[in-house]
Write a protein that binds this ligand. Structure first.
Ligand SMILES: Cc1cc2nc3c(=O)[nH]c(=O)nc-3n(C[C@H](O)[C@H](O)[C@H](O)COP(=O)(O)OP(=O)(O)OC[C@H]3O[C@@H](n4cnc5c(N)ncnc54)[C@H](O)[C@@H]3O)c2cc1C
Length: 588
């Protein structure tokens, strides 16, 4: 064994990516994982050979290094899945993003009319402030559509009214759309944005398959992944971490190392420090909140239930927020194709009334709700399984930034500790971001200098934004110039003057040539320009006429060009707004 190993806390995507990078660099990582399997929130659980995720996990990334790694790990087992995920509301399935014809058909004529009126009202007199999710959606879709399709689901996920979802949190996924980004995206990036949304990759046996391969590589390379080992204390001398203590069932252990990398939730990390950090740091940690998640897997004695990989449940009558249908992600997720396994997803807080329900109560609720929604009778549910997941979603409330900063400032004192991943950084990181932070931390522990906190710092969750970043860089000035409004008067004067000068000079030119050969043709102008003759006086008259018609044509052209451009830009903006909303739900 290497004398100075790097100790990594947590075998989720971040910890495993860090471990893998260290193996590549011939270092020796030791990963301590509390759970009995690897993958963290992205693990795949199994029950009687039915496999399921903690919420469905789509694999997509714009990071080539991560993409290559994924492909390399799984090869042919990394499937391409054509996405289908709709909204379920009042017994009907709505396309997502909403398509007008589908929405009109499902809502019926009366409700559609009311929706239209509320939409027009919102567009004609929008609310001046757009600080919350509610205001943003109402301004674009109207109060009625907002209440139908957006309010209930969002509130199920976050457990607070949409009015209280603050700008800080919303800003990471509701981007104030820049016209420039929208137009650039429409012109150069449309296809990429489309492909991101409509297709994703998925391991044949669920994400756990990926993480198992990472673990195998680490172990084969001489590293260690110690399962069922929960870190219970972080020992330090105020400037360096000296060791971590861990519990493995009834036994305890201690590990020294040169470097420590942690992907466990950052508030828990500081709580484990010995000696204890200052009270302000502990207090900040206790104020960082996380939303929890419960998945109730129902195994149903039916071959097919619905064709989607998942459904967003917008009905306020049931508590379930989303339903996964795992065999639609990959057939291999179920051992018997005559059965279907669905994951009824409930968003909650750790230790609230939903969290505290017994497994039996949760299964009863899920079965009842499934039946109420018309997915089949309760009698077809032949088995079930429940998983509770704490620290599923870092909450961006009004104080999280300050609290996080206090903790980060304290942790900066420790030269050999890095925090990575989603809960480890209290950041809304996806798998690829989490892995990226792990890789950078591993590189840093080998002497490089990377800023881990720069990963996913921006509003990078918007697929529109991602696509925009992928588009060829078009100099802003050129775009702004090309799409600027045309000055009608100036353009009309210019066209009029050019036309007038052309006819005037043509007349003079013919006079100067003796007026022999071509004057008969030009004289025909007299039929349109009353009084025109091929003379100097006629030239001035023709100038006046030509200027007038040129002016008119120029003005009309500029007017129509501005109008069509305005309509075009409006349509692009609306399209991008819809895309950003789609992403908004996708990342819950
Ligand atoms: C419902 C849901 C759906 C999602 N869908 C997607 C998706 O479609 N695509 C996508 O890219 N991302 C998705 N994500 C995000 C993804 O799950 C995370 O980005 C990823 O799992 C974070 O990896 P991580 O290693 O940072 O943290 P985690 O996955 O949380 O791993 C941390 C690990 O640390 C371990 N640990 C904690 N405390 C200790 C301790 N004291 N001692 C030892 N070990 C400890 C934990 O057991 C865990 O294994 C989703 C998340 C949720 C909640």
């Amino acid at each position: 064994m290497h004398k100075n190993p790097v100790v990594i806390i947590g075998a989720g995507p971040a910890g495993l990516a860090a471990g893998h990078e260290l193996i590549r660099r011939e270092k020796c990582p030791i990963i301590l994982e509390r759970d009995g399997i690897v993958g963290g929130i992205s693990r795949t659980e199994s029950y009687k050979d039915f496999h399921f995720d903690i919420g469905g996990h789509r694999f997509y990334t714009k990071n080539e290094e991560i993409n290559r790694l994924w492909q390399e790990m799984l090869g042919a087992d990394f499937l391409k899945v054509n996405r289908l995920s709709r909204l379920y509301y009042q017994g009907k399935f709505f396309n997502y993003p909403l398509r007008p014809t589908n929405a009109l058909f499902n809502l019926g004529p009366v409700e559609s009319l009311l929706v239209l009126i509320s939409y027009c009202r919102a567009r004609l007199s929008p609310q001046p402030q757009e600080n919350s999710f509610e205001e943003w959606v109402v301004n674009r879709f109207g109060e009625r559509l907002y209440r139908t399709f957006f309010k209930t689901y969002t509130e199920k996920v976050w457990g607070i009214p949409c009015k209280e979802i603050r700008a800080d949190w919303a800003a990471q996924r509701i981007k104030g759309l820049s016209l420039l980004v929208a137009v650039t995206n429409a012109l150069f990036g449309g296809q990429q944005a489309k492909s991101l949304i409509e297709q994703f990759s998925y391991p044949r046996l669920g994400p756990g398959m990926m993480w198992q391969r990472f673990m195998d590589r680490i172990v084969a390379g001489g590293g260690k992944v110690m399962l069922h080992c929960e870190v219970s204390a972080i020992l330090h001398d105020n400037s360096r971490i000296t060791a971590v203590e861990y519990r493995n069932g009834g036994t305890a252990g201690e590990l020294n190392a040169e470097h420590f990398i942690s992907s466990m939730p950052i508030p828990t990390l500081v709580q484990l420090f010995q000696p204890q950090p200052p009270a302000a740091v502990l207090q900040s940690g206790s104020r960082l909140a996380y939303r929890a998640f419960i998945i109730v897997v129902l195994i149903i004695d039916r071959q097919a239930l619905f064709p989607d990989q998942w459904l967003y449940i917008h009905s306020p009558k049931v508590q379930v927020g989303r339903i996964q249908n795992f065999k639609n992600w990959s057939r291999s997720m179920v051992p018997d194709q005559s059965k279907t396994s669905i994951g009824m997803e409930y968003f909650c807080n750790e230790n609230d009334s939903t969290w505290k329900r017994t497994d039996h109560e949760l299964v009863e609720m899920a079965t009842r709700e499934m039946e109420e929604m018309g997915f089949g009778p309760a009698s077809q549910v032949i088995d079930s399984y429940v998983v509770r997941q704490s620290h599923a979603y870092p909450v961006y409330d009004s104080t999280y930034k300050q609290n996080l900063l206090t903790i980060r400032n304290y942790l900066d004192n420790f030269s050999n500790l890095q925090t990575i991943g989603r809960s480890g950084m209290h950041r809304y990181n996806n798998m690829d971001h989490s892995m990226q932070t792990g890789i950078l931390a591993a590189k840093n522990s080998c002497g490089e200098h990377h800023d881990i906190w720069a990963v996913n710092e921006e509003k990078s969750y918007l697929e529109e934004d991602k696509a925009a970043r992928e588009t060829p860089i078009v100099p802003e000035k050129i775009l702004i110039r090309a799409f600027a409004r045309m000055d009608k008067l100036a353009f009309a004067v210019a066209v009029g003057t050019v036309c007038g000068l052309l006819v005037f000079s043509a007349t003079l030119w013919i006079i100067s040539r003796g007026g022999d050969v071509l004057n008969s043709h030009l004289r025909l102008l007299g039929q349109y320009f009353i009084g025109y003759t091929v003379t100097v006086k006629g030239g001035f008259l023709a100038f006046g006429y030509s200027f007038f018609w040129g002016f008119l044509a120029g003005w009309l052209f500029a007017y129509l060009r501005n109008l069509f451009l305005a309509i075009y830009i409006y349509r692009i903006k609306r399209k991008v707004e819809l895309l950003s909303l789609k992403d908004f739900f996708d990342n819950f």
